[in-house]
Ligand binder design. Structure first.
Ligand code: ADP
Ligand code: ADP
Length: 219
C-alpha cells in the first residue's frame, strides 16, 4: 500500500523561487528511501511538505489516508503523531540530561510518568544509548548526539520517520552506525525517508534512491 503520494506538487517560496517543480512520486508503506541531490536541489523542502512544515503551492499530497495539502492548522498535530522528524534545526537542550531530552515530546501528551519513562528507555535502547540516559548531552560524541535526536524522534512510536541530512558532519564510522539505526526501525515496519548527499551512504545502499536536481526528480 502507498504510504505517501505526491501528485504534481510544486513549491514556490515567497519571492517566487521555485524549489520543487511538478513532483509526482509514491512511497510504499515500510519502504526505506533516500533523496539525493546537490545543495539547494529541494530535498529539505520535499521532506518538510510531508510533515506539513511547509505547504505546497500546487498539487496534492497524501500521507497515510489523509490528504494534507489543505490540512487545517488544528489537524497538524494529529498528522505529526504518525511522523518522527530529524531536522538539523532541532536543538538538543544542554540544560538537562539525555533522558529528559528524549522525554520532551511526551510532555505534551497524556501519558503518565511511568509509561513515559518506559517509552523513553525503549527509545534509548533502540539507538544504543541506554547506558547514557543520565549523561549531560555536552559529553556525547557527534554520533551519539545524532542518536539522541533519533530517540527523541521515535519516542512516540511513529509509523513514518523523516531525516534531513542525518549524517552531515559525522565521520564515516558514525554515519554507518546511524544508518544501522534507521535500518533497524525500517525492519520493524517503519517507513523511513532520508535526504543525503553522502556518497558513501548512497553507494552502499540496497534501497531506492530518488535524485532531485534543481527541484525536479531525475528519472
Ligand atoms: P536542499 O535540502 O536540497 O539543500 P532546500 O529544499 O533546502 O534544498 O532548498 C531548495 C531551494 O529553496 C533553495 O534554493 C533554497 O535556497 C530555497 N529555500 C529553501 N527554504 C526557503 C525559504 N524558507 N524561503 C525561501 N527560499 C527557500
Ligand atoms: P512495547 O510494545 O512494550 O511498547 P517497544 O516499545 O519496545 O515495546 O516496541 C515493540 C516493538 O515495536 C519493537 O520491536 C519496536 O522496534 C517496534 N516498533 C514499531 N514501530 C516503532 C516505532 N515507530 N518506534 C519504535 N519502535 C517501533
Amino acid at each position: 500500500a502507498a504510504m505517501i503520494n505526491f501528485n504534481n506538487v510544486s513549491k514556490f517560496y515567497p519571492g517566487g523561487y521555485e524549489a520543487l517543480k511538478s513532483i509526482t512520486l509514491s512511497i510504499s508503506q515500510g519502504e526505506l528511501i533516500f533523496f539525493s541531490g546537490h545543495s539547494g536541489a529541494g530535498k529539505s523542502t520535499l521532506l518538510k511538505l510531508m510533515a506539513a512544515i511547509e505547504r505546497p503551492t500546487s498539487g496534492s499530497i497524501v500521507v497515510g489516508q489523509q490528504n494534507i495539502d489543505s490540512l487545517r492548522r488544528s489537524a497538524i498535530p494529529y498528522l505529526r503523531r504518525n511522523i518522527g522528524m530529524i531536522f538539523q534545526e532541532q536543538k538538543i537542550l544542554y540544560d538537562r540530561n539525555v533522558f529528559a531530552n528524549v522525554m520532551l515530546p511526551l510532555q505534551v501528551t497524556a501519558f503518565d510518568t511511568r509509561a513515559s519513562a518506559s517509552r523513553v528507555r525503549a527509545a534509548l535502547d533502540k539507538v544504543g544509548l541506554l547506558n547514557k540516559e543520565k549523561a549531560d548531552p555536552v559529553t556525547l560524541s557527534g554520533g551519539e548526539k545524532q542518536r539522541l535526536c533519533i530517540a527523541r524522534a521515535v519516542v512516540h512510536r511513529p509509523t513514518i520517520l523523516i531525516a534531513d541530512e542525518p549524517t552531515a558532519n559525522l565521520d564515516s564510522g558514525y554515519a554507518r552506525d546511524i544508518m544501522a539505526v534507521f535500518e533497524s526501525f525500517n525492519q520493524v515496519g517503519v517507513t523511513v525517508l532520508i535526504s543525503t548527499h553522502d556518497r558513501m551512504l548512497l553507494d552502499m545502499t540496497q534501497h531506492r534512491v530518488l535524485e532531485l536536481r534543481h527541484g525536479k526528480l531525475v528519472t
